[in-house]
Design a protein around this ligand. Structure first.
Ligand code: ADP
Ligand code: MG
Ligand code: MG
Length: 872
């Protein structure tokens, strides 16, 4: 017979997977001899079994629960539902990974109309007994039966008002009896039956409710954000109650062994005298700082400090503890490794190394890689934020805090920025033409678009704060005015944005620059000494590249050349190129672009000082470059000596039904080899000149996108080689260069051994590879993926976290095939995944040479790569 239930005495900290974090730690603390109210844990496997059986608890599990219950009764010397000395329990969720507040807890279970009388006389404290019962009715109704809390809160408020009191604690036993009668009436009204009086029935319903809460919406969202698999399930802890609400020698609180926002050593926490459970966090009364406990109950305080120290030494990490004092006697209800800000995490990890508690490897593992994001962006000055007025809420698309004057067009944003103003760009949505304005802005606010909208993706890449999808805004871009939260803003008015929370504030809130403190450098230094993967960056401009180098990038893994063309003084030339009727005309337009491209590349090479730079040739479909505004069309017509209608016709002819799968990538170079020729010349001349001028050892890496067939690559490669050799000769240089390809079409992955005959390196473009493998586009997936998460078809966004079982298989296969043909082939990844920790771990496992990600994610990737190396 399987074992589904463990008493706290039977478990230990290593049984986390089976007992959940809370259960395993309650068992561990029991073993350490600490004062823990006793109880038992129903395993996570029982939860999985519950779901497997169509949301039924099997008879076997039920029996084991009741057996454990009678053992607990014996231990406590109390009986469930007893009229004289009833056993009361809490029923608490607890998964493998801590998910604070995501699932449910029920306190004081076991009370009914009879037991409450026994409880009252046994404790000699009727007020307390009735208070416990009314709390139980409320929690059971809310958590188990899903009757909204507000019904009960309203009654409580009415009665308090009727009695002329402000706090719950001022209600008398008789008042509370009245509360109970009315609470039960609500229950009956909503459920059609009386409030359950059988404690065993209460218990089984509560256990089921905890199992169910594994699948509530907030838990699902939390899991997705934290990469927690949906099939782990939660354990249920049934624990004898202790009471913090027995009077003024009782209380309850939460405390940390170190400050969770700064990491400073020393007890930090809050407690409330005469209160139960959630009162501390619920903000009903203002809690006291934990140090006040020293005055109120000095013995308890001493004991508390002592045990807190023991727990920290035992777990060798900062602890987050819950405790309750029942009539002068201290109990611990929970301990776990505390959640902390990124800044605190660094401080604590470094301190623990200095205190000799952990090794540098452990310190590196302790930092949540994703959290480093918080450190690299400006934040609001906490004092200034206190008086901030929130006017709206939207999606936190790109982290950081920004405050500035509102501008409605990219051009005006840019001009204002050049005059030295701080600017917030407010747009309905952004498009590639807004790049410069986005660059100039401190923050970007869009009315439309989700987390993967153009604005969001580009802003994250630039490290600029962005809040997207604020549907509450009514905007008039022509009149340059918008309304939000009852406030009206014109051009030049101040607003502030928090890209980490999605909040929008009125006015100009003071921000503070990111401070990359000494701890950051220390941890990153350790990380670099452990990792095997190299970390490059995706950067198109010298500014981005310089930023990335500052954050530790070892090269550029992806330089997209098309972004350079959107600049207002270049786009006309690229348009002329597109409209050209003959090769000669096209070459003439392209030749005019060479100096620009060459200048861009020179600037990049100079910033990168000889570090490798992979330059990808033109990739997007040409229609992205053609004008849509009438004025621009007329301009172009004049330049091309065409009529506006003719220009319009060419633009229309570029329309594609599915541009993602259309005339783009190397297909452009196959049809217009002169584009590849121009780009090759620009790359080679830039490299040779910088090499000659600055002495950097530059080896250009030219990357051909969207290849699906070896002959296709071979064709473009020949064009590139021919031009490159010509430039070498002209400039009398013997520079070496490499030609490689993106692997972003499934066919390329399948035929990677053949393609490697031509390609000297592969870079996995996992954005496109994911689109093409799943068969849906990144821009459209937002519309339906939410339903997929809800229905548990997919658990996470495959564009943010590499789909290791599907897309990952293609990556792994292509890597192996590539190496078979060319053992020294260089392998990298350059999708958004390059900065995602779990994807970085995957890249480590399949033995890629490097990952490449946006500049602000470089530290995340460095740390994730070190963590992968240490744990694999
Ligand atoms: P969460 O994981 O959301 O913190 P918990 O299961 O820890 O949920 O419980 C919520 C609150 O109830 C906490 O304040 C906890 O200390 C309190 N609590 C839980 N079990 C007991 C118990 N047996 N006796 C007294 N208080 C309890
Ligand atoms: Mg809690
Ligand atoms: Mg808790």
């Amino acid at each position: 017979m399987a074992k589904w239930v463990y008493s706290f005495e039977e478990g230990n900290a290593d049984m986390r997977n089976l007992l959940g974090g809370k259960g395993a730690n309650l068992a561990e603390m029991t073993n350490l001899g600490l004062p823990i109210p006793q109880g038992f844990t129903v395993t996570t496997e029982a939860c999985t079994d519950y779901y497997a059986k169509g949301k039924q608890i099997s008879e076997e599990i039920k029996e084991q629960i009741f057996t454990a219950l009678s053992q607990l009764e014996e231990k406590q010397g109390k009986k469930f539902g007893d009229t004289e000395s009833p056993l009361l329990v809490s029923v608490r969720s607890g998964a493998r990974a801590s998910m604070p507040g995501m699932m449910d807890t029920i306190l004081n279970l076991g009370l009914n109309d009879v037991a409450v009388e026994g409880f009252a006389s046994k404790t000699g404290n009727p007020r307390f007994a009735y208070d416990s019962y009314r709390r139980f009715i409320q929690m059971f109704s809310d958590v188990v039966m899903e009757i909204p809390k507000s019904f009960f809160e309203r009654i409580l408020d009415e009665i308090k008002e009727g009695k002329g009191v402000k706090f719950d604690t001022e209600l008398t036993a008789d008042d509370l009896k009245e509360v109970i009668v009315r609470f039960k009436a609500v229950y009956k009204d909503k459920m059609g039956v009386d409030f359950p009086q059988d404690p065993k029935e209460q218990l089984m319903e509560a256990v089921k409710a905890v199992f169910r809460s594994w699948d509530n919406e907030r838990a699902i969202v939390y899991r997705r954000m934290n990469d927690i698999p949906g099939d782990w399930g939660t354990a249920v802890n049934v624990q004898a109650m202790v009471f913090g609400n027995m009077g003024n020698t009782s209380g309850t609180g939460v405390a940390f062994t170190r400050n969770p926002s700064t990491g400073a050593k020393g007890i930090y926490g809050e407690y409330l005298i005469n209160a139960q459970g959630e009162d501390v966090v619920a903000g009903i009364r203002t809690p006291q700082p934990i140090t006040r406990l020293e005055e109120d109950l000095p013995e308890c305080y001493k004991q508390f400090i002592n045990i807190a120290g023991k727990l920290e030494d035992h777990y060798r990490d900062m602890q987050d503890m819950e405790f309750t004092i029942e009539d002068g006697k201290l109990f611990f209800l929970q301990t776990r490794n505390g959640k902390r800000t990124a800044q605190a995490a660094l401080q604590i990890a470094c301190d623990l190394v200095d205190e000799g508690m952990i090794t540098p490897q452990e310190a590196v593992l302790r930092i949540e890689a994703k959290s480093l994001d918080q450190l690299l962006h400006p934040t609001f000055d906490p004092e200034a934020l206190k008086s901030g007025l929130v006017i709206g809420q939207a999606l936190p698309a790109s982290p950081g805090a920004a405050a500035g004057k509102v501008y409605f067009t990219a051009q005006e944003a840019k001009t204002a920025h050049e005059k030295g103003e701080r600017v917030v760009l407010v747009r309905l949505e952004t498009s590639p033409e807004d790049i410069e304005g986005m660059h100039a802005a401190e923050g970007i606010l869009t009315v439309r678009g989700g987390m993967t909208s153009h604005a969001a993706v580009v802003a994250r890449g630039m490290g600029t704060c962005c809040v997207s999808g604020c549907g509450d805004i009514s905007i008039n871009e022509e009149e340059k005015v918008f309304e939000l939260g009852g406030h009206v803003y014109h051009e030049g008015d101040y607003i502030s944005l928090d890209g980490s929370t999605g909040k929008i504030y009125d006015g100009d809130i003071k921000t503070q620059e990111a401070s990359i403190s000494g701890n950051f450098g220390r941890i990153m230094g350790w990380a670099d000494s452990f990792r095997k993967l190299k970390v490059r960056t995706n950067a198109d401009t010298p500014e981005d590249a310089a930023n990335a180098v500052k954050y530790g990038a070892e090269g550029i893994g992806l330089c997209r050349t098309e972004h350079m063309f959107f600049n207002p003084d270049r786009i006309p030339k690229i348009r002329q190129m597109i409209l050209s009727r003959t090769v000669q005309e096209r070459e003439k337009a392209l030749n005019e672009l060479i100096p620009y491209q060459k200048g861009d590349f020179k600037a990049l090479y100079e910033v990168m000082e000889g570090r490798p730079v992979t330059i990808r040739f033109l990739d997007p479909p040409l229609h992205e470059f053609v004008p849509t505004e009438k004025d621009d069309i007329d301009d172009l017509a004049v330049k091309m000596m065409m009529t506006a209608e003719e220009v319009q016709e060419v633009c229309d002819s570029l329309h594609e039904f599915n541009p993602m799968m259309g005339h783009r990538g190397c297909r452009l170079a196959v049809t217009y080899p002169e584009i590849a020729r121009m780009q090759t010349r620009a790359v080679m001349e830039a490299a040779i000149e910088v090499k000659q001028e600055k002495g950097f050892d530059i080896v250009p890496e030219i990357m051909i996108p969207l290849v699906g067939e070896k002959k296709e690559l071979k064709y473009v490669k020949e064009v590139v080689v021919e031009t490159a050799e010509k430039v070498k000769q002209e400039m009398n240089s013997d520079i070496t260069y490499h030609i490689g390809t993106m692997i972003e079409i499934p066919r390329a992955a399948l035929l990677a051994d053949e393609i490697a005959e031509e390609a000297e390196f592969f870079s996995f473009g996992t954005n496109d590879l994911t689109q093409m493998t799943f068969g849906f586009s990144r821009d459209d997936a937002g519309k339906f993926l939410n339903e997929y998460y809800k229905k548990k078809i997919y658990e996470s966004d495959p564009f943010a976290r590499l789909d290791q079982s599907g897309v990952g298989q293609l990556v792994q296969m292509a890597a192996e095939k590539g190496r078979k043909t060319r053992p020294d082939i260089k392998l990298g990844i350059c999708g958004e995944h390059g900065g995602d920790p779990s994807s970085v771990e995957f890249c480590h496992k399949v033995g890629l040479t490097y990952v490449s990600c946006s500049p602000f994610r470089v530290p995340i990737a460095r740390l994730a790569a070190a963590q992968a190396a240490i744990s694999n």
